[in-house]
Design a protein around this ligand. Structure first.
Ligand code: FES
Ligand code: FE2
Length: 398
């Protein structure tokens, strides 16, 4: 029987349509140059989401975790993206790999969800075993005529580690990530983020579109809202400014307001060994940097830590997310810091709880049929405009 090729290919998703007025609003093409978000339906419409998965999310670099989640040979952790079961594993040579976690025999999940250490990847169903690089090592009960083991490796997804964060990309032709983020080097290079170690993590299911997780860290305007009690005093919107933009990234940052700009607040884990003391003592200097890597990674960076939200993409308004903090090795080595680091990890969880509430109320409001145009605050939210113009370009041209 001849099987039509179409049986094995996904139907392509239709490109979403936007009116000229919607496009002009995102681009700020009006007399006041006010910018809007992309239309509200981009946060809940299933068809737009399908297009976004195939043409945006699967074609760009998606963060799945940190280097030390699989630090030693044989260490692994699983993730699921768009229903694809994946396992990120460090092979014997020390290379991190992202493999499809589905057996080539009859597609059973090979590695249980979670993390661990193993010398081989063994499918539980009939015990086919795979090497840590994904190649098929052995099958139970040899003797399949014409069978070629070399054709049965677990498929490999592209993986890159940038500054200690593991990114994957489903597009074999996508441009490498590091050169696209090279513009961030002058801003954060000396922090040595790639050496920082995970010191706290919270995993949770979300009931909102992934863009809300990203956006909740991509402006400090909401510090006067959902974080009013916790952050308004130390990080009000006014002390934050945009810093720089690349094609797929943006950075904004802040400093402490003068009345709380003490050495202890600036450097709660001590002055970094690489920083001249004169610099550490300078007031009014930007020491917190938020970096967004489009389409979905948001990070908060200080000389002693990086925190971020990574997302396992599931559906238009439900995902699995992880908020985690990594600390610089020089800060971890100082024994007096252990309690402070625990406090920081707790504070990260508390801030995430407030952001979770923020994302929930956004998703609850977004379906209103009265949501025609939004307003981006030009002083406090210009990063959102950069992100949304990038998203719009993807919808129109991807
Ligand atoms: S399905 Fe994996 S060994 Fe059979
Ligand atoms: Fe927040």
């Amino acid at each position: 029987m001849i099987v039509p090729a179409s049986m094995f290919t996904q139907p392509s998703s239709a490109r979403p349509q936007f009116t000229a007025a919607e496009i002009a609003a995102v681009r700020g093409e009006n007399p006041a140059h006010l910018h809007s978000l992309i239309p509200a339906r981009c946060y809940y419409d299933e068809d737009i989401y399908k297009f976004e998965v195939e043409q945006v999310l699967k074609k760009h670099w998606l963060a799945v975790g940190r280097w030390d989640w699989a630090e030693k040979p044989g260490d692994y952790f699983t993730a699921t993206m768009f229903g694809e079961p994946l396992v990120v594993v460090r092979d014997r040579a020390g290379t991190l790999r992202c493999l499809v976690n589905a057996c080539r025999h009859r597609w059973a999940r090979v590695v249980d969800e979670g993390s661990g250490n193993t010398s081989v990847l063994m499918c539980p169903y009939h015990r086919w075993t795979y090497n840590l690089d994904g190649s098929l090592r052995a099958i139970a009960r040899e003797g399949i005529p014409g069978f070629n083991k070399d054709n049965c490796a677990l498929p490999s997804i592209r993986l890159e580690v940038w500054e200690g964060t593991i990114f994957i990309n489903f597009d074999r032709d996508a441009a490498p990530l590091a050169p696209q983020l090279a513009g961030l080097e002058p801003l954060i290079g000396r922090f040595k983020l790639g050496e920082m170690r995970t010191a706290g993590r919270v995993n949770y299911d979300t009931s909102w579109n992934y863009k809300y997780s990203f956006e909740t860290g991509y402006e400090a305007y909401h510090h006067c809202g959902i974080h009013n009690e916790r952050l308004e005093k130390y990080a009000p919107p006014e002390v934050h400014d945009q810093i720089a933009f690349g094609t797929i990234w943006g950075a904004y940052g802040g400093h402490f307001p003068l009345e709380v700009d003490t050495l202890e607040n600036r450097f709660p884990l001590g002055i970094p060994p690489w920083m001249p003391e004169s610099e550490a003592r300078e007031p009014d200097r930007r020491r917190s940097i938020f970096v967004g890597v489009y389409p979905s990674l948001i990070t908060f960076i200080q000389p002693h830590q990086i925190s971020m939200i990574t997302t396992e993409h599931i559906g238009v308004d439900h995902n699995r997310a992880s908020t985690h903090i990594s600390i610089a090795p020089w800060a971890l080595e100082r024994s007096e810091n252990s309690e402070r680091i625990r406090t920081m990890a707790k504070s990260m969880r508390d801030v995430q709880d407030e952001d979770t509430y923020g994302c929930e109320v956004l998703q609850k409001g977004v379906r209103s049929t009265y949501n025609d145009r939004s307003v981006i605050h030009p002083r406090f939210e210009p990063q959102l405009s950069h992100y949304h113009q990038w998203l719009l370009d993807q919808y129109l041209t991807a």
